[in-house]
Design a protein around this ligand. Structure first.
Ligand code: GLA
Length: 730
């Protein structure tokens, strides 16, 4: 039983294999957050203490009990304007202009059979998944907040979302509706977040949560963004990769988001996460409801690596489309860095022949095949093959590619529209544009109003036509600018605050329809690289292009940061040409292969231009990838570079601990440096492992506590890969 309810104490415990989440409705019907941490199976509310504190007011019904204050008690969904001065979970503007909501417990319901928030992605679960819905009410307005919890016991994951329903008699406007609010009452905390920019996404940073202050991580860009991933980790100051407590909160959402982490006067830390309120308002008429995105929560007492593995498992098992779960993906070659906009069918076919000879399995035709597109100034929205440029149609091209023994993939950027396009000439109001302003352009393009059904229908028809006509196994779904001028020509003035959220729901609806109609076409997400790398997009796209920066050294940081929340099987990573197109850096071919192989693997170069030696290397890389792809996609992942220094190292261990793949990349070789030493993790301590490269046999315990020592590396950015298998000692 994953949900235990002690009726008498009104205590709710959600239990996973190793964790417990606990709440309690107190004597004033305030729902207190009691515990999220190790599974103790005890009533942890004894830890909540009250004392009279100045300038912390008391609710009227407490009858002046000066120690009882909403301002200091740990809240499960914080009220607004009635005495808790920390961040509210919800802000609503009532008909009389009041902005207060006072949440009180009003009952619960056990749930069975996972459902999703309407119009949004959610963890898949099954008919057996157990959940709890707690109803809070604000008696004055008639608003109800249904806090929904689903328990994924074996994964150590709890999923939260909130449904707000207006049961009152007057309309209200939601100005903020967070998915989750948690108060962590004990001890100092640090917060890890993932910031970045185009071509340098998800850089991990760790900061103490300041006393009396607040850290916010956010996107107002209409997308989850390169700049701030909707994923944060709270941890104790002494938590490392290998030990200590860590709590993760990942919003399953691809639009504007806000994570607020504050530390109040009593040193308790509050985390609030949800849709960004600044770009949002939602009128709720009597009887209407609003559903927030889900937040995926996980806790580990065993360090950051263990927390990451919880997220890897939940994304693999419960987020990505089941059709692609554990499925071998073809090693692809993408035309973008190979020829940018400069191609025709003959050129592509020559590239395909060379790719096939080296063992590549799919050609992806990137940007430039449609409308009149020869650069990025035109044609988005005109999803018709430019036969004049290609020299044939997509059908013929795809058949000729298939005849060579390769699959065929195609690039699309459905949510965009070029001002220079037939689509814009015919439907200028389909773009998000502020009626009285010149729109912001990004990469010369505007953004389609995905909130409109006719826009979704147009795109569904246009994409369906292509997929029915040509033989296409894969789509790269791009999104190459931030959203601005968020004004829908289809919504009245008072409802424009809905546009940004409706935009994302429109994208989700289109993806869902296409997936239902073409279940065998795999969609790889992309947004100028990894600008929309989030659990919402992963619900539709089993993998996402990690970054437009294909430099293997830069990728170490990008893929490392990404690995805190997302599994290797979701990280689009390719070997590209040198000098690298983004940085000009020259990195050995072998190193580029090892880095790209720790994701979905492919090539982003013209194979015809490779030297004979490089071609041999490519063949070996592809063979190596095929040997290890199961281990990489399904294995347990460990970051091993917590000691810092010049080496970045990571390890995949098979779930049965029988095999492991270690990769080490040295970013700065120094003369007469100490011997690089990497201590492994996750092996069977009693097992004996053979190193394939040296033939040595060593126990798992020795490899984990002693480590593997390497002779000094030489040259620029050298790397090593060590494959270990467990051997029978006898
Ligand atoms: C984005 C993608 C690239 C490429 C270009 C094409 O930047 O991330 O990989 O597809 O668009 O315009």
């Amino acid at each position: 039983m994953s949900i235990r309810i002690q009726e008498k104490d009104r205590l709710f415990s959600l239990e996973t294999e190793n964790t417990m989440y606990q709440m309690k409705a107190d004597e004033l019907n305030v729902l207190l957050h009691v515990w999220y941490g190790q599974k103790t199976c005890a009533d942890m509310s004894y830890l909540i203490r009250m004392s009279d504190r100045g300038f912390c007011g008391n609710p009227w019904e407490s009858q002046n009990r000066r120690e009882y204050s909403l301002d200091t008690l740990p809240q499960e969904y914080s009220s607004a304007g009635v005495g808790d001065y920390r961040s509210p979970a919800l802000c609503a503007e009532l008909e009389n202009g009041s902005r207060s909501t006072d949440w009180r417990y009003a009952g619960y319901r056990l749930l069975k059979g996972k459902t999703r928030p309407s119009g949004l992605p959610g963890l898949r679960g099954s008919a057996e998944t157990e959940g709890l819905e707690i109803c809070l009410e604000d008696k004055t307005s008639g608003l109800k907040a249904y806090l929904t919890y689903w328990v994924f016991e074996a994964l150590d994951v709890i999923v939260r979302s909130t449904r707000i329903e207006n049961r009152g008699e007057a309309a209200v406007t939601l100005r903020k509706a967070a998915s989750v609010c948690i108060d962590f009452p004990y001890g100092k905390k640090e917060v890890i977040h993932f910031h970045g920019r185009h071509a340098m996404e998800r850089v991990m940073e760790r900061n103490p949560v300041p006393r009396g202050g607040q850290l916010t991580f956010e996107s107002r860009r209409g997308m989850s963004s390169h700049q701030s991933n909707p994923f944060v980790i709270l941890c104790d100051p002494d938590t490392t990769e290998r030990q200590g407590e860590a709590w993760g909160c990942m919003l399953m959402y691809s639009g504007n988001h806000l994570e607020e982490i504050s530390c109040c006067q009593t040193a308790s830390v509050r985390l609030v996460s949800g849709i960004h309120p600044e770009c949002f308002s939602w009128p709720l008429n009597p009887g209407e409801s609003f559903h927030t995105p889900e937040a995926i929560l996980s806790y580990s007492a065993e360090g950051l690596n263990a927390l990451s593995r919880n997220y890897h498992r939940v994304i693999r098992d419960e987020v990505i489309p089941p059709r692609w779960r554990g499925v071998r993906k073809p090693v692809l070659v993408n035309s973008w860095e190979a020829c940018y906009f400069d191609f025709n069918a003959e050129k592509l076919l020559k590239l395909a022949v060379a790719a096939k000879e080296l063992g590549m399995e799919m050609l992806v035709l990137d940007d430039g095949w449609f409308g009149e597109r020869n650069d990025d100034t035109t044609s988005l929205g005109d999803w018709f093959c430019n036969e004049k440029k290609l020299g044939c149609g997509l059908k013929e091209l795809s058949e000729r590619i298939h005849a060579l023994g390769l699959y065929f993939g195609l690039w699309l950027e459905p949510e965009m529209i070029s001002a220079r396009s037939d689509l814009y000439r015919n439907h200028p109001d389909w773009a998000l544009t502020d009626p009285d302003r010149k729109p912001m352009v990004g990469r010369n393009q505007l953004v389609l109003d995905m909130s409109r059904q006719e826009v979704q229908d147009y795109l569904f028809d246009a994409i369906s036509r292509i997929l029915k006509d040509a033989r296409i196994e894969y789509i790269k779904w791009d999104f190459n600018r931030c959203v601005a001028n968020v004004w829908s020509h289809a919504l009245p003035a008072g409802r424009q605050g809905e546009t940004a959220h409706r935009f994302i729901m429109g994208t989700y609806a289109l993806l869902e329809r296409l997936e239902e109609a073409f279940p065998d076409v795999m969609i790889e997400g992309c947004s100028g690289g990894g600008g929309r790398f989030d659990a919402g997009m992963l619900y539709y796209c089993p993998q996402i292009w990690c970054s437009d920066d294909t430099d293997a050294v830069e990728r170490l940081e990008i893929q490392r940061g990404t690995s805190f929340g997302y599994p290797a099987c979701a990280m689009g990573s390719h070997v590209s040409a040198c000098p690298n197109h983004q940085t000009g850096r020259i990195v050995p071919f072998a190193t580029r292969g090892m880095v790209a192989m720790s994701g979905t693997f492919g090539y982003e170069l013209n194979p015809e231009k490779l030297s004979a030696e490089e071609k041999e290397t490519v063949k070996q890389q592809i063979a190596a990838f095929h040997r290890f792809e199961g281990l990489i996609a399904e294995g347990d992942y460990y970051r091993l570079d917590d000691a810092g220094g010049d080496e970045t190292a990571w390890l995949f261990v098979s779930p049965d601990q029988k095999e492991a793949l270690l990769t080490v990349v040295v970013t700065h070789v120094r003369a007469y440096s100490p011997f690089p030493l990497v201590r492994l993790q996750g092996l069977d301590p009693d097992g004996t492992y053979r190193r394939e490269d040296t033939g040595e046999t060593v126990t798992g315990a020795a490899l984990m506590y002693g480590g593997i020592s390497f002779p000094p590396f030489m040259g620029d950015y050298p790397a090593a890969q060590v494959y270990l298998t467990q051997v029978d000692e006898n």
